[in-house]
Design a protein around this ligand. Structure first.
Ligand code: KPL
Length: 326
C-alpha cells in the first residue's frame, strides 16, 4: 500500500462496515473497526469478522482491532471510512465525531441519499471530507459476520474539488490514499471529480426502487415485473429525474437513466432493497434522505413532487412488525 496516513478506521459495524473492515484486514491493511456498542466491539475482538462469499469456501474469520466509538481517544488523525446509515449520522453523533477526530483526519462518507455531506461539513470544519458512492452488495448476518452479496464499484471524490493537495506535497491526496487502501482490499475503486453527479444518479435509482419495493414487499427483480408496478416506477422516475436535473444531474440522457434503473433491478434481482430490509426489521428507514429530500428539492425550485411526497408519507406510515403483533 502506498499510503494510509496514520491508519484506516471503519466507523460502523453494519453490513457495509464489516465488509470494508474485514476485507481491509484480509489484505493486511492496518484497520480498526469502530462500532456503536462495546458489546459488538468485544465480539469482533474475540471472533474477528467472517465474510461469506457466494461460491467460495466457508468464511474464515479475520482478526482485527475493534473499539466502541465512545472509547476512541480524541485526536484521531487517520482515514475514517464512515459506513453508518444516514439515519445514524445525526447531529449528536456528528458532534461526538468533532470531539474525537483531529483536524488531520480524512473522512469518507459512504451514506445513501443526500444532505449528509453538508450536515457533516457544518459539524466538522477543517477536516477533509470526501463522499463515496458504492454499489457493493452486503448483508449483515450477525454481529461478526457479513455476506458479500455482489461485487460492485465505488467512486470516491472530494466534496469541495478545489481543496486539492498541493502538487509538490509528495503525498497522495486523500482520495488517492483511500482508493489505494480499498483497491488493495480487492474493491474496484475510482477517484471521481464529479462525485455529486454520482450521488444524484444513485439517489435517482434509490428513490425509484427503495420505496416501491418496501411498500409492495417485492424483491428488486420483481418490481418491474407487472405493468402496474412498471408504470408507477416510471411516474416516480420522471418526477424525480426532473427535480434532480434542476439540482445538478446532467451527464446522461433520460433513456439512459431509465435503463440504469431497470439495469439495477436486473443486476440485483434477488436482493431485498435496504429499505425493505429496514421495514421488515422495524428499523427507521432512509426515506427522509431519499424521497423526502427529493420533495424538498422540488419545493425549493417551485416544482411539485406529488409522487415523492406520497411515497415518503406511505413508507413512514408502514407499521413495524411489533405494531402488527408479529
Ligand atoms: O442501493 C440499493 C438499496 O437497496 O439501497 C439498491 C441499488 C436498490 C440495491 O438493492
Amino acid at each position: 500500500m502506498q499510503e494510509t496516513m496514520k491508519g484506516v478506521a471503519v466507523f460502523g459495524g453494519g453490513a457495509l462496515g464489516m465488509l470494508l473492515a474485514g476485507k481491509l484486514a484480509l489484505a493486511e491493511v492496518p484497520v480498526t473497526v469502530w462500532t456503536r456498542t462495546e458489546g459488538q466491539a468485544a465480539k469482533i475482538r474475540e471472533a474477528g469478522i467472517s465474510i461469506e462469499q457466494p461460491g467460495r469456501d466457508p468464511a474464515q474469520a479475520v482478526r482485527l482491532d475493534a473499539a466502541a466509538f465512545g472509547d476512541v481517544h480524541p485526536g484521531y488523525e487517520g482515514i475514517v471510512l464512515v459506513a453508518l446509515k444516514q439515519t445514524s449520522l445525526n447531529e449528536p453523533l456528528l458532534a461526538e465525531m468533532r470531539r474525537k477526530l483531529g483536524e488531520g483526519a480524512g473522512i469518507v462518507l459512504f451514506q445513501n441519499g443526500i444532505g449528509h455531506v453538508e450536515r457533516a461539513a457544518s459539524f466538522l470544519p477543517g477536516r477533509e471530507l470526501l463522499a463515496a458512492v458504492t454499489t457493493e452488495g452486503a448483508l449483515r448476518i450477525g454481529e461478526t459476520a457479513v455476506r458479500h452479496t455482489g461485487s460492485g464499484e465505488t467512486w470516491i471524490g472530494r466534496w469541495e474539488p478545489e481543496a486539492d493537495t498541493p502538487a509538490d506535497s509528495g503525498k497522495p491526496s486523500l482520495p488517492e490514499a483511500a482508493a489505494n487502501a480499498l483497491e488493495k482490499a480487492g474493491f474496484s475503486v475510482f477517484v471521481s471529480n464529479q462525485i455529486r453527479e454520482r450521488m444524484l444518479r444513485k439517489l435517482l435509482v434509490n428513490a425509484v426502487i427503495n420505496p416501491l419495493t418496501a411498500l409492495w414487499r417485492v424483491t428488486n427483480g420483481e418490481l418491474p415485473a407487472t405493468p402496474e408496478r412498471l408504470s408507477a416506477m416510471r411516474a416516480l422516475f420522471r418526477e424525480t429525474e426532473g427535480i434532480l436535473r434542476l439540482h445538478g444531474l446532467r451527464n446522461a440522457d433520460d433513456d439512459e437513466l431509465w435503463e440504469t434503473v431497470l439495469g439495477v433491478c436486473t443486476a440485483t434481482a434477488a436482493n431485498r432493497s435496504s429499505m425493505l430490509q429496514d421495514v421488515d426489521a422495524g428499523r427507521e428507514t432512509e426515506i427522509d434522505a431519499m424521497n423526502g429530500a427529493v420533495s424538498r428539492m422540488g419545493e425549493a425550485s417551485g416544482m411539485e413532487a406529488p409522487w415523492n411526497a406520497a411515497v415518503t408519507a406511505l413508507v413512514k406510515a408502514i407499521l413495524s412488525p411489533k405494531e402488527r403483533g408479529v
